[in-house]
Design a binder for this molecule. Structure first.
Ligand code: EPZ
Length: 418
């Protein structure tokens, strides 16, 4: 088994190119099945979740070619109505194929995506929304069987601005008859990217990023080429890293508009950030300041995916910080691993109280999920000794090569074969 070994105590310096966005490219790859033709997607991150989505597309009859970070999907010959269970079990995002496959072939079966370590993650809003579009959905024996004679545009108000439910409904509405209006829709930048991609394919969509999305159903789409933007969560992870270690880094390709709230947070932690056409520069000259009260919220609020990386940085802050996790009910699994490294963190339900300590020490720790895993790498860079991080398959799901990136910024971070 491979693990990551970090020897900390170094400031970060240098510049890196930020990988393409995982949470934008996954729904875009799923959307490629809407079109009876070829889609070319550039700047795809080389991560295991993308590999999983490509294998799903293969399994339903798409011909997928990969040339470096470009993925070419030929969805002319779809020939399977069932998404293989092994992929659904590995990646919840496979559920996003429901909408486009219902739109394209009017029938799809998929096993129920289980929860994951960060929460129960039900899909009731997805099912409710697709039923509103005239889909019949039978839930039996952990299977969802979805069918329709024809999807019909309508008004759908989401009880909660779920990213996944917004994407699934949006993708189904593209080929529905008539107009669909989604209110209380998610506003995340990944929704904007999905809408930009669909528009590039010939779909008619207005209102992305406003909370009210209007989709005029289309009868046909066309080949398109799209370049995915930089991953805002990877950007934020490296900003949290330099906020903790000190130094000066340039994140090339990072999009300032996507991370305004994150910039505000690291600035309050003592960083200076400058945005330019090249990307974002982050400078930290001293030990981070504590952050009195940080709540995770739907976009444009502070993203839940950066809660753990920022928590890692706050472990050595001057003073005490309070974090409130409002989106996922079980996203503090990393805490006991950080405490093994000398952090002083108390959990009370959604609340985490982080009492800043002067330093962390090396330890052998374990990742339980993607962003918690990245937080342990940051903690390892804070600790002066060596830290071994196990179960890194979680980290590889979303970070193309966290060791390469951080080594380019001067850290000592390596994959070790056990
Ligand atoms: C997306 O997950 C992201 N994943 C997550 O990133 C991210 O944390 C999340 O949005 C919130 O920003 C991808 O884009 C692939 P939601 P998603 O539906 O779509 C509840 C990462 O680390 N809910 O907005 O699954 C749900 O339980 C991952 O990259 C329902 O109750 O998130 C949660 O509490 C982790 N019923 C909340 O809404 C539903 O039908 C937000 O979920 C759907 C969701």
């Amino acid at each position: 088994m491979t693990y990551i070994q970090v020897t900390g105590g170094k400031k970060l310096h240098g510049d890196i190119e930020v990988q393409g966005s995982k949470n934008a490219v996954l729904p875009i790859l799923a959307a490629s099945v809407l079109h009876n033709g070829v889609t070319t997607i550039h700047h795809c991150p080389e991560i295991s979740d993308v590999q999983c989505m490509i294998r799903i597309l293969d399994s339903i009859g798409c011909k997928v070619k990969k040339e470096g970070s470009t993925v070419i999907v030929d969805a002319t010959q779809l020939n399977n109505y069932r998404i293989p269970d092994e992929f659904v079990a590995r990646m919840r995002s496979s559920i996003i194929l429901l909408g486009p496959l219902l739109g394209r072939q009017h029938f799809v079966t998929i096993s129920y995506p289980g929860g994951c370590t960060i929460g129960a993650r039900p899909i009731d809003l997805h099912v409710k929304g697709l039923k509103r579009l005239n889909a019949e959905i039978i839930e039996a024996n952990d299977l969802l069987t979805c069918m329709t004679t024809k999807l019909l545009g309508t008004e759908i108000n989401l009880d909660f601005p779920s990213v996944g439910a917004t994407e699934n409904i949006l993708l189904a509405a593209v080929l529905a008859e008539g107009t669909t209006i989604i209110t209380n829709a998610a506003k995340e930048p990944e929704i904007d990217e999905l809408c930009a991609f669909l528009t590039c394919m010939g779909a008619k969509i207005d209102g992305s990023g406003t909370g009210t999305i209007i989709v005029q159903g289309a009868t046909s789409l066309h080949d398109c080429e799209y370049t995915v933007k930089a991953d805002r969560i990877v950007t934020g992870t490296y900003m949290a890293a330099v906020a903790a270690t000190g130094g000066k880094i340039i994140l090339r390709g990072a999009v300032k508009e996507h991370i305004e709230e994150v910039i505000e947070v690291v600035n309050r932690m003592g960083c200076v950030t400058q945005a330019s056409s090249e990307g974002i520069t982050v400078i930290q000259k001293s030990r981070p300041n504590a952050y009195d009260l940080l709540r995770t919220r739907s976009y444009p609020g502070f993203p839940t995916d950066l809660q753990s990386p920022v928590m890692a940085a706050l472990t050595i802050a001057r003073g005490n910080s309070i974090l409130i996790e409002n989106i996922f009910e079980a996203r503090y699994k990393v805490v006991k691993e950080l405490v093994k490294m000398g952090a002083n963190i108390e959990i009370d339900g959604k609340i985490a109280i982080i009492r800043g300590v002067s330093s962390l020490h090396g330890a052998s720790v374990k990742a339980y999920e993607l962003r918690g895993g990245a937080a342990l790498v940051i903690a390892g860079m804070i600790a002066k000794e060596t830290t071994d991080i196990h179960s890194i398959e979680y980290i590889l799901r979303g970070y193309e090569d966290i060791c390469r990136d951080l080594r380019m910024l001067g850290a000592t971070v390596n994959y070790i074969e056990e």
